[in-house]
Ligand binder design. Structure first.
Ligand SMILES: Cc1cc2nc3c(=O)[nH]c(=O)nc-3n(C[C@H](O)[C@H](O)[C@H](O)COP(=O)(O)O)c2cc1C
Length: 334
């Protein structure tokens, strides 16, 4: 399938694996790129720029295809040395960076000087337009359904994607709630040039996380995510568990007076406990409503191949079928 996104990034299929803390290691990014999508290493999971350089080198050993690095600009307990991370990205020969969180404006000159294509993740049309204006090459439009930080507008993709299509000149992918061929074809119909998946890629054989995490995703339904940290305007969609219940209890008690320190134990240092140790009640970890559509743990290649094959069937059989034989004939002539 050829779209503005496959052309921009030099990939076979319009499928991106979004950066994911403690999930987006070389093993997953390499597998996604080898399957014809765009794999992304999560920059800040690597505690130092030197460790990121090593992870990039590891991924180069796994694939000759393009892959990217995610740089997230979110409120953290200690500010990371972004210029040094960008140097590691540039020196690692990376040509695609997924930015997220705050605007990447201040880092655009450094990224562009290194001939890096930037896809910025946005949860609103206004932020997408800003990304376009500051020179981003593409946008990942992240709807309210998404795992991670859906922003504060609560705008689902059924509205957000066609609105993005109305306003944007640069290509965009649909992100949040994407799981299969139906997601891809629906997103394309609404104006996107591909899709970005997070949660779906965790439940794959190659995702380097504890099996408990994959099993929890398969077992969960679309009703099992919760929004946390709303009072801090840092809303995150997470999978419910005992730690999240404790966190929500504190949030209810404190109301608008909530401070990040009040919930430190349920949000800080949780990822290694969940992703490496498989402690599923440790606290808040990002997870999308799309868990309701995830029923198996295939290899990344099986997943990507299945999506692309089913998408073709969906378009040719189901959608073209609605047009009737007469229209099909006229389309063939065209
Ligand atoms: C476990 C997990 C960790 C994530 N960590 C990050 C991150 O560090 N930076 C980032 O930009 N997005 C992060 N995301 C968001 C994903 O890149 C992607 O935008 C999101 O998962 C899309 O929604 P979906 O889960 O419905 O596919 C994370 C998502 C998950 C599920």
């Amino acid at each position: 399938m050829k779209t503005a996104i496959t052309e921009l990034f030099g990939i076979e299929h319009p499928i991106i694996q979004g950066g994911m803390h403690y999930v987006g290691f070389a093993a997953l990014a390499g597998a996604v790129s080898n399957a014809g999508g765009l794999g992304i290493i999560t920059g800040l999971t690597q505690r130092t720029p030197e460790l990121l350089a090593k992870e990039i080198a590891r991924c180069h050993d796994l694939t000759d295809k393009p892959f990217g690095v995610n740089l997230t600009f979110l409120p953290t307990f200690s500010a990371p040395p972004y210029p040094e991370y960008i140097a590691a990205i540039r020196e690692g020969g990376i040509k695609i960076v997924e930015t997220a969180g705050r605007s990447p404006e201040q880092y655009m000159p450094a990224l562009k000087a290194a001939d890096i294509k930037v896809i910025h993740k946005c949860t609103s049309v206004r932020h997408s337009l800003k990304a376009e204006q500051i020179g981003c090459d593409a946008v990942s439009v992240d709807g309210f359904e998404c795992g991670g930080h859906p922003g504060e507008d609560d705008m689902p993709n059924m509205i957000l994607l066609p609105r993005a299509a109305e306003e944007l000149k640069i290509p965009f992918v649909a992100s949040g709630g994407m799981a299969d061929a139906r997601s891809l074809v629906g997103a394309l119909a609404m104006g996107a040039a591909g899709m970005n998946m997070g949660t779906r890629f965790i439940a794959t054989k190659e995702a380097p996380v504890h099996i408990n995490v994959k099993n929890a995703i398969v077992a969960a339904s679309e009703l099992d995510t919760r929004l946390v940290m709303r009072a801090l305007r840092n809303t995150e969609r997470v999978l419910k568990n005992a730690g999240v219940e404790r966190l929500l209890e504190v949030e209810r008690e404190k109301g608008a007076k909530l401070k990040i320190e009040d919930i430190h134990d349920e949000v800080a240092g949780v990822y290694p406990k969940v992703m490496i140790d498989g402690d599923m009640d440790a606290g808040a970890w990002s997870c999308g409503m799309v868990v309701g559509l995830i029923h198996d743990i295939p290899s990344v290649k099986e997943l990507v191949d299945r999506i692309m094959l089913d998408a073709e069937r969906l378009i040719r059989d189901r959608l073209m079928g609605f047009l009737g034989t007469e229209s099909k004939a006229s389309l063939k002539v065209a």
